[in-house]
Design a protein around this ligand. Structure first.
Ligand code: SF4
Length: 360
């Protein structure tokens, strides 16, 4: 357990992110945690580079709505401060904590006393020098050996409440590392492509790597690392899990790429429908199709859809044409119907809470 979030075994895969504020700035950090929570983040990590940051942990751990993991580099004493502060877990990077191996016994006792797990977070950029010398670079084997070596030190002290990550910026290396790790241990695994890049590139790298691993049943928590606001990471993480059917899908827009047969501006229509339904929190598949060739087929398969042509849109609900409207009324009609279907889902108990829709 990381706080009240189950990790590993049959627990659903959870989404993590990390704050970008100075942790010592308690208000800013709590504000960002609240934003992350609202965007669907389930576990949050905060950096603890200085004494001021360590001192802020008790308040942050107490007031955060989601479990807080303290991320410790360099100074082992902050591990103990984080445990005393009531953090839900501590992440240590053995490659860059001074004399870490000598401290493992003490850390294991403190964590066991507090009943919290430790994440051993091995990172390609800060791999243990001994393994770097042995393998020449951060190979999958080197990452795995580093992680399992540290686990063995904790195991010597009868501590097994461990989660592991072996992050690398190259999805191919990262996937191989996690595959090797999963074959050699039963600890829960936290997935991440580290330093994945700006939003577009990082999203693709993370989706490819997580998809490859999660579809094999490897991975228990995920963090999408983007050079972008952390709420974006959470959005991408949730979307990856939905795409893999590892959590219930929310709003899904099925829109065609358009082609020479299109009789409407599909991009504009898809954007307007997406914007109009933004914030809808019930599972709903909406098809936006540009013509009457493939359009009706796709629109029929969705909960709601439109097939456009000749300045009109045929509106489908659950496979039936319910009405035909002029092109100018397609977006508003889809939003109205979406609201109605979402309301029915709530009444039927398929979804919880009222549908929330903002009309652009
Ligand atoms: S639905 Fe029609 S317009 Fe859209 S890609 Fe298919 S054939 Fe082209």
């Amino acid at each position: 357990m990381v706080g009240d979030v189950g990790v590993g075994s049959d627990h659903p895969v959870s989404v993590q992110s990390m704050t970008t504020t100075k942790t010592a700035d308690v208000n800013a950090t709590l504000q960002q945690i609240a934003e992350l929570t609202a965007s669907g983040c389930q576990i949050v990590r905060v950096a603890v580079p200085d004494t001021d940051d360590a001192e802020a942990l008790p308040v942050i751990a107490r007031k955060s709505q989601i479990p807080v993991i303290a991320d410790i580099h360099f100074q082992p004493r902050y591990v103990f401060a984080a445990i005393d502060a009531g953090c839900a877990a501590v992440r240590v990077n053995p490659g860059n904590i001074k004399k870490f191996d000598d401290k493992v016994g003490e850390i294991a006792r403190a964590a066991k006393g507090a009943g919290i797990p430790i994440r051993i977070g091995v990172n390609a950029g800060s791999l243990d020098k001994r393994l770097l010398a042995k393998y020449g670079k951060a190979t999958p084997e080197a990452l795995v050996e580093s992680a399992l070596w540290e686990c063995s030190l904790f195991e010597e002290h009868d501590f097994r409440d461990i989660k592991i990550s072996v992050k690398h910026n190259d999805p191919v290396v990262m996937v191989r590392a996690y595959e090797l790790l999963a074959a050699q241990c039963e600890y829960p695994l936290h997935l991440g492509v580290t330093e994945a890049g700006p939003a577009f590139q990082g999203t693709i790298k993370s989706a490819v790597a997580f998809g490859a691993l999660l579809s094999q049943g490897i991975g228990d928590t995920i963090r999408v690392s983007l050079s972008a606001p952390p709420a974006e990471e959470v959005k991408v993480g949730n979307q990856i899990l939905e795409s893999l059917n590892l959590r219930q899908r929310g709003l899904e827009i099925v829109s065609c790429p358009s082609c020479g047969r299109a009789q409407v501006d599909v991009y504009k229509l898809a954007d307007e429908v997406t914007a109009g339904l933004e914030g809808m929190e019930v599972p709903l598949r909406v098809a936006v199709m540009g013509c009457v060739v493939n359009g009706p087929g796709e629109a029929r398969e969705a909960d709601l859809g439109v097939a456009s042509g000749n300045g009109k849109g045929q509106i489908f609900v659950k496979g039936e044409v319910v009405k035909t409207v002029p092109e100018s009324q397609i977006v508003e009609t889809l939003i109205e119907e979406a609201m109605r279907i979402a309301g029915e889902q709530v009444d039927d108990g398929v979804a919880s809470g009222p549908p929330v829709v903002t009309v652009s």
